[in-house]
Design a protein around this ligand. Structure first.
Ligand code: MG
Length: 404
């Protein structure tokens, strides 16, 4: 029986994880849950799963949840809040596997503490690896416990890597759907609306990651994730646009053999892989191979999607630059979603913050969080400067995103 703690239980990965757990009641048990601000969803999950502990981000939400649980006679569940609460969930003595799926840098401390407490960790929170990949992987090595990627591409790479030795790897091919604007001319980027950017062709995901997929910054983060997880320089991690997202990623070996992983586009599969590693167990997630006809591939357009170039640069510089990349992106995406800046301004905000950031290695999570706060402040200033100087942001669907 694997006893699981989920950080980010009401989000998309959290819910998929619970759906996997539901399918295998004899294998998995929910020990602790950490959610954000969705009290109703947390309440339903608490009743359904009866975890030992459940955490919400804000104190007042935790109080509301506690009294709702009490009113139905449910008093044995420990209700926690804040970052101390999510650390308690991540390090719960009765949990042996932690799924880290809190979006943003908010999940970093709890993820790191889970690794430090000797838990096996399934990582869906990419920010942890982007901003503190060196610290996390070093700690996991020290603990002798695996960091299992739940991100579909890295999960695919993890599977393909099992076919050869480390020194036999030539490069990793990360596939990218290309996002909704692959065929939109760059001249139309300033007019892209929030609705258009939120309309991802393949995956249904949270808002930030959907915008990050539209700018290709998500792929940029995945380059950094791959470098840290698999200990490779950025030059050995290549991006390949593959609109069908059938092949989740590939590994090329020194002899020229390339192994690809494909399966249904359903996050329950990488989650199941992580939860059962090193075993594989039967599932009903079948891929209809007979229906497969046509797969398209092309190189990414770095000029049209500058976020990709910025990510390669940050990956090579490491440390404070990758922290700045992530923080500036989070601030810029929030500003775009709020209608404060245009779609094309997102990479501009990020570039100005990165170039103002000094290179430097960070030695602790506290230093990482300090650098993150500093980069956020700088990004906020950039956003304000841009939103004062720019013309109104289009609200209605004013252009077509050229997809066929
Ligand atoms: Mg991915």
């Amino acid at each position: 029986m694997r006893r699981i703690a989920i950080l980010g239980s009401t989000g998309s990965i959290g819910r998929s994880t619970l759906s996997v757990v539901e399918s295998y009641p004899e294998r998995f048990q929910v020990t602790a849950l950490a959610a954000g601000r969705n009290v109703d969803a947390a309440y339903q999950q608490a009743l359904r799963w009866k975890p030992r502990a459940i955490c919400l981000a804000a104190k007042e939400d935790a109080e509301a949840l506690r009294s709702r649980l009490k009113s139905v006679g449910q008093t044995s569940i420990e209700v926690l809040h804040g970052s101390a609460g999510s650390v308690r969930v991540a390090t719960h003595p009765e949990a042996d596997f932690v799924v880290s799926a809190i979006v943003g840098v908010a999940g970093l401390e709890a993820t790191y503490e889970a690794v430090r407490a000797g838990k096996s960790v399934g990582l869906a929170n990419k920010e942890s690896l982007v901003v503190a990949g060196d610290l996390l992987t070093a700690e996991a090595r020290k603990q002798g416990k695996p960091l299992l990627p739940i991100d579909s591409e890295h999960n695919a790479v993890h599977q393909c890597l099992r076919a050869g030795r480390r020194e036999e790897v030539e490069r990793i091919w990360l596939t990218a759907s290309g996002g909704p604007f692959m065929r939109t001319p760059k001249s139309q980027f300033p007019a892209i609306t929030v609705e258009q950017a939120l309309n991802h062709p393949t995956w249904k995901m949270g808002k930030r990651i959907t915008i990050d997929s539209a700018t290709l910054m998500n792929k940029g983060f995945e380059i950094i994730e791959a470098c840290r997880l698999f200990d490779l320089p950025p030059s050995r991690v290549q991006v390949l646009v593959h609109p069908e997202s059938t092949i989740h990623s590939m590994v090329e070996f020194v002899d020229g053999s390339i192994l690809a992983q494909f399966s249904v586009t359903d996050m329950r599969l990488p989650i199941l892989y992580a939860l059962t590693y090193p075993e594989r167990i039967p599932s009903d997630l079948r891929f209809p191979v007979m229906n497969l006809r046509h797969l398209e591939f092309c190189p990414p357009d770095m000029e049209k999607f500058p976020c990709l170039r910025l990510a390669y640069e940050a990956a090579a510089a490491g440390g404070a630059k990758t922290i700045a990349l992530n923080a500036a992106d989070e601030v810029a995406v929030a500003a775009f979603l709020d209608g404060c800046i245009g779609f094309d301004a997102i990479p501009r905000v990020i570039e100005s913050v990165i170039s103002a950031t000094k290179t430097g290695k960070l030695e602790s999570i506290r230093e990482v969080l300090g650098a993150d706060a500093e980069a956020r402040r700088a990004a906020g200033e950039q956003v304000e400067r841009l939103s004062r100087s720019s013309s109104p942001i289009p609200r209605a669907a004013s252009i077509m995103s050229h997809r066929e």
